[in-house]
Design a protein around this ligand. Structure first.
Ligand SMILES: [Ca+2]
Length: 205
């Protein structure tokens, strides 16, 4: 399984780098080679809007640096516009997915954005989604900065809209150490989208 996964990942990268997916015999191999995750339908959400469900998989990137592939997997949806970029952003909602082995293949996840109080991007702008493989037990939703050598990954600038489903997310572990989750704090305020979602908490102006 490990070999198959690695092979598919490498082939996927090759396809991405060479543009159109055409095999030597001229046929389209798009259906054969893909790293796109597939997601189950959303579970019920606390705000009764299925678009609050963030689903996807966490997987090891083909060019991931050295570091333990085994550990406790934590994921966190953190605000990008409320400061605290030095610690990965203000936490919104996270999950502890327990002990995992990234070499065994992708790991499914699902988060209910509304479980942390509805904060749609229309009124709170973008999020970053973080995954950390914690090897020494010190990560929590309020400490998502990986230690030196610990593996992590993120999806930045992720919008969670009440008007549209979020795509099935491909969260790739391809980084090691504290800088994997850090970002520069914004110097402007989040601008409210006129297409309101009536979020429970509103931070835009
Ligand atoms: Ca740690």
């Amino acid at each position: 399984m490990r070999t198959l996964t690695t092979t598919l990942t490498l082939l996927g990268l090759l396809t991405a780098c060479t543009g159109d997916s055409v095999t030597p015999d001229g046929s389209d191999d798009t259906d054969v080679v893909s790293t796109d995750p597939t997601c189950d339908p959303p579970s019920a959400t606390t705000c009764d809007n299925p678009y609050a469900s963030l689903r996807g998989t966490v997987r090891l990137g083909a060019d991931a640096p050295e570091g333990s592939r085994q550990g406790r997997l934590l994921i966190l949806l953190a605000h990008e516009w409320l400061g605290q970029g030095a610690v990965g952003g203000v936490p919104h909602i996270g999950a502890d997915l327990g002990e995992v082995d990234l070499d065994a293949g992708p790991i499914d996840f699902e988060l209910d954005m509304c479980a942390g109080g509805s904060m749609w991007s229309e009124e709170n702008c973008s999020y970053q989604l973080i995954a950390v493989i914690d090897t020494n037990g010190n990560q929590t939703s309020s400490n998502m900065v990986p230690d030196a050598g610990e593996l992590a990954g993120r999806i930045a600038s992720l919008d969670v809209s009440c008007h549209a489903e979020t795509e099935c997310l491909d969260l790739v572990i391809d980084c090691a150490g504290p800088d994997c989750v850090r970002f520069e704090d914004k110097t402007t305020a989040c601008a409210c989208d006129p297409d309101s979602c009536n979020s429970e908490y509103v931070t835009c102006r």
